[in-house]
Write a protein that binds this ligand. Structure first.
Ligand code: CTP
Ligand code: CA
Length: 224
């Protein structure tokens, strides 16, 4: 039995994960999006399920697949849709890992017909989307909240600012500076930063291994 417990240390835990980009419609055929592949979030979901956790994976548009009897994969398109689904699962989650690259802005109005080309410049008014993670932080009960941060300057300072602003327990700082780290790659160079300001730099490695490190870190923090 000890052996089984050792291999399924997250059995009984409920983990809510967001992954991928969001697409914000401009008109029926166009959108604002980003280059997030979803790989990091899917790798975390797969690893968490392998460790026995019950996973809800809320994913923006990606080509990735994940079939696991412990993973409930829910596809969404926009930030607003992601927010809605996340809210449904939040109260029962023990851990939330927000790996999605949620669009910060969306068109203030979505054209009902395809926008026709004209000679003049085109201006699209944008409005902020819901900050999903900040909302979760505000309404946190006992959930352990993990965010991701992608910074190109003042990395540590900006990442720590997000811990405070979003009321997080842990943030995973993603370094774009190093070769092979970030969007569209199979590797990431991350730094774990906890709420108390402790900084844990990690080696550049495959996203699957980053996922393992992250879940191990969370287990230690939760003492499970
Ligand atoms: N996030 C979210 N909802 C948003 C924007 C971000 O849930 N509308 C989450 C991301 O999933 C990530 C964390 O917040 O876990 C940080 O995202 P990031 O884009 O780095 O931070 P922002 O607060 O959007 O600030 P900025 O883009 O200006 O750096
Ligand atoms: Ca952002």
């Amino acid at each position: 039995e000890a052996d089984i417990l050792k291999r399924l240390p997250l059995k009984g835990s409920k983990i809510l994960i967001t992954a991928g980009p969001t697409y914000e419609a401009i008109d029926p055929v166009r959108f604002i999006g980003n280059h997030s592949s979803g790989k990091m979030g899917y790798a975390i979901a797969a690893e968490a399920a392998n460790l026995g956790a019950e996973v809800v994976l809320v994913s923006g548009p990606t080509h990735l697949k994940l079939k696991h009897n412990l993973v409930n994969l829910i596809h969404v398109t926009s930030a607003a849709e992601m927010f809605k689904v996340v809210q449904q699962y939040y109260s029962s989650a023990d851990v939330v890992i927000a790996a999605a690259a949620v669009a910060d802005y969306r068109p203030a109005e979505v054209a009902t017909q395809k926008i026709k080309k004209k000679v003049d410049a085109l201006t699209i008014q944008l409005e902020p989307t819901q900050d999903i993670l900040a909302h979760l932080g505000k309404h946190k009960k006992n959930q352990y909240l993990v965010g991701f941060a992608l910074e190109t300057e003042n990395e540590l300072e900006n990442a720590k600012g997000k811990i405070t602003r979003k009321n997080l327990d842990l943030i995973v700082l993603n370094s774009l500076n190093d070769k092979g780290a970030g969007f569209k790659t199979d590797t990431n160079k991350v730094t774990f930063i906890t709420r108390d300001g402790a900084v844990f730099p990690q080696e550049l490695k495959e996203k699957e291994l980053v996922a393992q490190d992250l879940l191990e870190f969370i287990q230690k923090a939760l003492d499970v």
